[in-house]
Design a protein around this ligand. Structure first.
Ligand code: IPE
Ligand code: IPE
Ligand code: MG
Length: 237
């Protein structure tokens, strides 16, 4: 793509897909319509990322804190996800490997089996991975990792003095994947909202006021352009 020749393409992009509710409110529509448009935008942006040569895309779909919302809204978000997965299940396209991060244990059994089925069906598409963060919280992820490491210590497989940063990286949901290079948050808020706390240690962050349902390929390219112009020092000079 000639238009993108001066861009440095991040290997891993993470996105906090925020602003669906406000997008709907501006149009005097129910919040759920914002989520519906947001889901469409997600499939489009995933395709754009793949075309750009991004290897990993991690999207925040539902946080451990989002259960505080009205049950009707939670149900609607889960339904949109179900429809997305049913579509993948029926027409598996070579678009990418779907991988869920987060604690899926409290979800309905039908949704859980659909998740596992889609992960299984797309597992061969290793060029591009889409991580969907569902019932995901960065702190919750670390609690789970510490528990698992604790069990390994109890079983005598790990000794506490051998624990290092690599050990933690191996026990979190993104084990084996590179950390995000670029974190994009549309929707106007400038916070991380418990997303990828460990992994974002050195991510470049781009915040934009564009609401997620209005986010498009141009917004993605703008963020990648900003990223390309950043100087990543990692503490060096
Ligand atoms: C993000 O949009 C979607 C989820 C958190 C599930 P919001 O629903 O948070 O939209 P705003 O922030 O209220 O506009
Ligand atoms: C973060 O958005 C979670 C997702 C986009 C899934 P929120 O709308 O939940 O974040 P806060 O509440 O504004 O921090
Ligand atoms: Mg929000």
């Amino acid at each position: 793509m000639a238009e993108n020749s001066d861009l440095i393409i991040p290997r891993h992009i993470a996105i906090i897909m925020d602003g669906n509710g406000r997008w709907a409110k501006k149009r005097t529509l129910p919040r759920t319509m914002g989520h519906k448009k947001g889901a469409k935008v997600f499939t489009e942006i995933a395709r754009n990322c793949k075309e750009l040569g991004v290897e990993y895309l991690t999207v925040y779909a539902f946080s451990t804190e989002n259960w505080k919302r009205p049950q009707k809204e939670v149900d609607e978000i889960m339904n949109l996800l179900r429809n997305y997965l049913l579509d993948i299940k029926e027409n598996v396209k070579e678009e990418g490997k779907i991988n869920f991060i987060g604690d899926i244990t409290p979800l309905n059994n039908d949704l859980k089996s659909l998740i596992l089925e889609c992960e299984e069906k797309t597992s061969k598409f290793t060029d591009f991975t889409v991580n969907i963060a569902l019932n995901y919280g960065g702190r919750d992820e670390l609690v789970h990792a510490v528990k698992k490491i604790g069990e390994k210590i109890k079983e005598g497989e790990i000794s506490p003095e051998d624990i290092n940063e690599k050990t933690i990286s191996n026990y979190i949901y993104t084990s084996g994947m590179p950390d995000p290079d670029l974190l994009i948050r549309p929707g106007g808020e400038k916070r991380i909202s418990n997303f990828l706390l460990w992994q974002n240690a050195y991510a470049e962050m781009v915040f934009t006021d564009v609401l997620w349902p209005d986010f498009d390929k141009k917004c993605l390219l703008d963020a990648v352009k900003i990223y390309s112009e950043r100087n990543r020092r990692y503490g060096g000079i």
